[in-house]
Design a protein around this ligand. Sequence first.
Ligand SMILES: [Cu+2]
Length: 273
Amino acid sequence: MKRFWLIAVVLTLLVGSPALAHYQLLYTPLTALERGGEMLLKLVFTHPFEGGHTMDMAPVQEFYVVHQRGEEGEPRKTDLKEHLKQITWTSQGHAGKAYEARLPARIVRSMGDYVFVLVPGPYYEPADEEYIQQFTKLMLNVGGVPGNWHQPLGLPAEIVPLDKPYANWTGGIFRGVVMADGKPVPNAELEIEYLNYTPDMEKNAFAGKPKIEAPHPAFETIGIRANNRGEFAIGLPKAGWWGIAALGVGESEFDGKPVAREAVLWVQVTDLP
Ligand SMILES: [Cu+2]
C-alpha cells in the first residue's frame, strides 16, 4: 500500500492531477427506514475505494435537509448546521478532520423522503492549484411513501436521480442526470467508486478489510460519461454503497483561485433476501 501511494504521489507530480478521486462522504448506515427517530451522520472527505487518504475538511458552508411527504405539498427545508461537531476520521494508515451530526428525533420524524445536502467549504488541491467543492446529496426514506427524491434542488452542481437512491437491488441499474443550476450538463464526466470499507460509527474509522480487490487501477475509480442530455446509467453489481461524482460541473472563485464545482450522490444497494 505504501508503495502504491509513492507511485500515486509520483504520478500526481508528473501528470499534475490526483491519481484517485476525492469523494465527500455523507453517511448513515441505513437509508430505507421503517420509522423516523434520532439519526447519526458522518461527513468525511476521503477516497472511498482505497480507504487510505482522508483529507481535512474545511468548515461546512451549508448542511440542511429537504423533506416532503408525497407528491403534493411544499418541501420543508431544515438547517442542520447547529448539529455539526468536528471529529477525526481514521482511514487505513491516515486520519483527517471530519464532522458528525447527531440529529434529534424531531428532524426525521414523519413519512416520506429526506434529501440531505452538504456543501463543504472549498478544499485546496495543491496538485491542481485549485479548490474543489463537492455539492453532496444523501437521501433517506421513512415508511415507503415516496416524496421529493427526484426533484432538482437547483444547486450549482447536482446529481438528480432517476431511480430512488435508497431502494436498489444488487444487480440493478441506477440512472441520474447531472445538472448545474437545475439545467442538464451534456457529456458530463463522472466517476464511480464503491465504499470499500464499513464506516465504524463509534470509532469514526474505516473498519476491517477491503470488500473488493481491484484487478487494475481503472476499476478503483470507474470513469464514465453522461450522454448529450446529461443522463447516465450505472450497474450496481455489489451490495453496499456506491458513490457517484460528477466533475467539472462548473467553476467559481475562492481566495483568488478557481473552485471546481463537483456533485456527489450516494446510492445504497441491498441484496435480495
Ligand atoms: Cu484526496
